[in-house]
Write a protein that binds this ligand. Structure first.
Ligand SMILES: [Zn+2]
Length: 244
């Protein structure tokens, strides 16, 4: 389907408001928090993305905007929320990422309401619970792209590498990460390199866990969906693909 991105600048918005009495429906701003953005472009996606390549490009473009400090002013208005409720969600990417507060997918990919279906768990591990969420997006929402997003300096991976006493239920996450550490150790790296190498293998293991789902496997085999790994750099803000 045709890709349409709507930008409403102050000039066009003023025109719409002026034409309000002529049968043109103006977007309400006075009763909405969105009113603070009048005078700057307002962004919302108005098409359904079905191509994984297009979805990947959207993430690349969004991350480029984020790292260059030129993020879009999103439409967070009540009108937009009602529109999404009425017409349903059509996110173009599933993002499985770490819970780390420095790695929020909607922010680092500069996306808006309804764009991303996000599953966040410390260490971006995939258990049957996370997998069920991925399956829902692929099966019911027909989301064309699945991304497992690891990141530099992951605390969960670091804890798993360091070992020792693990309190509470954190151990269940560490156990899930351990195979990646064993794989990383085979390359002979130590210290911080071992942590980063473990992050890399942990993403690949999560991808393999997701592909164990017959629902996802079928979607990938029939090219309805694609699965990729990416790594986020904490200080540069850059998201880099693994699978290329
Ligand atoms: Zn992390």
């Amino acid at each position: 389907m045709k890709r349409v991105i709507t930008f409403i600048g102050v000039a066009s918005l003023s025109l719409v408001l002026m034409l309000g009495g002529c049968g043109t429906k103006a977007i309400p701003t006075s009763s909405s928090p969105q009113s603070s953005t009048v005078g700057t472009p307002v962004y919302k996606r108005t098409e359904v993305i079905t191509s994984s390549d297009v979805a990947k490009k959207l993430l690349d473009d969004g991350n480029a905007r984020f790292t260059s400090g030129k993020t879009l002013n999103k439409d967070l208005s009540a009108t937009r929320r009602m529109d999404l409720e009425k017409n349903g969600q059509h996110p173009f990417a599933v993002i499985v990422s770490c819970s780390d507060s420095r790695v929020p997918p909607e922010v680092l990919y500069d996306e808006a309401l309804g764009d991303l279906f996000v599953i966040r768990v410390a260490g971006n591990v995939v258990t049957p619970v996370e997998l069920g969420s991925v399956e829902y997006a692929v099966e019911h929402l027909k989301t064309p792209l699945i991304v497992v997003l690891g990141h530099e300096g992951c605390g969960a991976v670091t804890a798993a590498v360091q070992g020792g006493e693990i309190p509470g239920s954190i151990g269940s996450i560490v156990e899930k990460i351990k195979p990646a550490i064993d794989e990383a150790k085979t390359s002979g790296v130590t210290g911080n390199d071992l942590i980063e190498k473990s992050v890399d293998f942990n993403v690949q293991n999560a991808i393999q866990d997701i592909l164990k789902s017959p629902i996802v496997k079928h979607a990938v085999d029939t090219k309805e969906s694609k699965i990729l790994g990416a790594k986020y750099d904490l200080d540069t803000g850059v998201s880099t693909w693994y699978n290329e």
